[in-house]
Design a protein around this ligand. Structure first.
Ligand SMILES: [Mg+2]
Length: 304
């Protein structure tokens, strides 16, 4: 990783090839087999399964700003962008740090629309406080992403935010296959952030989005470009009005391919990614290979 993200500085993934092309299986290392197996289902579908086709060539993506001091340097790899997601409410940072980061982004990118991602770390009171400030400062806010932790808190906050005309998107509240409907039924969000791997693949994610009936933002789980290509395909099929959170190849120091899905003018192509064999040899996580193969076998058992 270029900068620390989700507490990570390196990302481990397992890649394999099927008749459709290359797929990535990259559940975070702390996940148990059962959860990891859902991610595996998605990867197997991408490499071997029946997936609806699309003629869409490109999708819009947002830039992502981690909770760092040097805003310009962190945004540089994203090039030009229309939408930027700013990470807020990180441990060790104050509300003022977050506001400073928002101000810096507005100064250098006055036309960009802003998303704030709190990863569920605010309470309702804090979220309302920042919402009020943002409203007063006329920040061009697209939405607040997972401002608070629980579905009940999200529902309460959503009601209270109506007077500021601020939308909220559910991310961490949507992890399991049953979650999107629970969020929609509780009226806990205006928008759903969907990640294809934790939802068990493109076909599942399509069904879930349809059933929930809310606008969707397809997002990455810090994958390499191989994993991101699966999300881009889902985003193309969904045709959401919102830019996807799939520009995250720009957060990687090195990728597995010569044609990484780095955003150009706020877009990435919808295409299959072929890893570069030399890059794979160079990036091989030799110390973890045995662990990953064992994990692969035990997660595969959960699927059968
Ligand atoms: Mg998020």
């Amino acid at each position: 990783m270029r900068t620390k993200f989700r507490g990570l500085t390196t990302r481990e993934v397992l890649l394999f090839e099927g008749p459709n092309g290359w797929a990535e299986w990259s559940p975070f290392t702390e996940y148990e087999d059962e959860e990891a197996s859902i991610w595996l289902k998605a990867a197997i579908e991408w490499a071997f399964g029946d997936i609806p086709k699309t003629d869409v060539k490109n999708i819009k993506v947002n830039a992502t700003l981690p909770a760092v001091k040097d805003v310009q340097k962190a945004l540089e790899p994203f090039g030009k962008f229309e939408v930027v997601k700013i990470k807020v409410a990180e441990a060790g940072q104050t509300l003022q740090d977050d506001l400073d980061r928002i101000h810096q982004v507005r100064e250098h990118h006055p036309d960009a629309r802003i998303r704030l991602d709190a990863n569920g770390n605010w309470d309702i009171e804090t979220a309302l406080k920042i919402a009020k400030t943002i409203y007063q400062e006329n920040v061009p806010l697209e939405y607040l992403e997972q401002p608070v932790r629980t579905i009940a808190e999200m529902a309460e906050l959503k009601l209270k935010l109506q007077e500021f005309n601020i939308k909220i998107a559910a991310d961490e509240s949507v992890r399991k296959v049953s979650d999107p409907l629970a969020v929609a039924q509780a009226k806990a969000a205006d928008i759903l952030v969907l990640k294809v791997a934790p939802l068990g693949g493109i076909n599942n994610a399509l069904a879930i989005a349809k059933e929930a009936g809310l606008p969707v933002v397809v997002s990455s789980a810090l994958e390499t470009s191989v994993g991101i290509s699966m999300g881009a395909h889902l985003a193309a099929l969904l045709g959401s009005e919102y830019a996807s959170g799939l520009g995250t190849a720009a957060l990687l120091e090195i990728d597995v391919t010569d044609t990484p899905l780095i955003p150009v003018d706020g877009k990435i192509p919808v295409t299959r990614i072929v890893p570069n064999i030399d890059a794979l040899a160079k990036l091989q996580a030799a110390d973890s290979t045995t662990w990953w193969m064992k994990r692969f076998e035990s997660s595969l058992k959960c699927l059968t």
